[in-house]
Design a protein around this ligand. Sequence first.
Ligand code: TMP
Ligand code: ASP
Length: 239
Amino acid sequence: MVTTRGEKLYEGKAKILYATEDPHQVIQYFKDDATAFNAQKRGTIIGKGVCNNRIASRLFEWLAQRGVPTHFIKQLSDREMLVKRLEIIPLEVTMRNLTAGGMSRMLGIEEGIVLNPPVFEWHYKSDPLGDPLINDDHILALKLATPEELQTIRALSARVNDELKAYFAARGIDLVDFKLEFGRHRGTILLGDEISPDTCRFWEQGTKKKLDKDRFRRDLGDVEAAYQEMLTRVLGEGV
Ligand code: TMP
Ligand code: ASP
């Protein structure tokens, strides 16, 4: 069946969702728009949408092969991915293997300290509130998800971390931290959204060069080149 783009369902900061002829499937379109600090900083990263679509497609395929259920169905074009339609759970999971960004700020500690075991965080998905850190009790009391769903999401996030850490290590990259979103699809929990240099921190092993959106957030330059470099690494064979 040929999938054609129907009505626009939602436009976010980096992606647009379109309906398809199948009510259970939607198209994720990846834009070049970039924002940071809750959209106080805006810009364009040329070619970002193409890189993120290709990177996320490859990583979702890889995870699915290793038993992590995701919304990914197939890549449709350079900027389009066909995915299962999710009822998004308003939570963002952050997994951290090294200190950086928000955790370093919150606790006043330097970046790059190894976290063993990795740190798992829940954030409430709310732009007006700046995605605040919350805990299991907040989620259960506010009925954002069930205890079973929290358990499933925690277990899947740990699996994703183990798989991706190994995937990137084999390509000369330290996976510092990343953000995941999950949703409900016909009674099951699936990994949604994207996995890309927008949603992960990647440091080149040895040089510690940042190859992710921090180059945009922190005005480090060579932003487009970093996304291209990550695409090359992701598509390349592991060592
Ligand atoms: P943080 O250190 O700023 O909390 O970010 C943790 C990870 O989550 C990092 O890899 C970047 C990613 N992230 C997003 O995907 N979206 C966001 O809105 C933020 C703040 C971070
Ligand atoms: N995408 C987020 C925003 O615009 C933040 C970030 O990735 O740093 O606010």
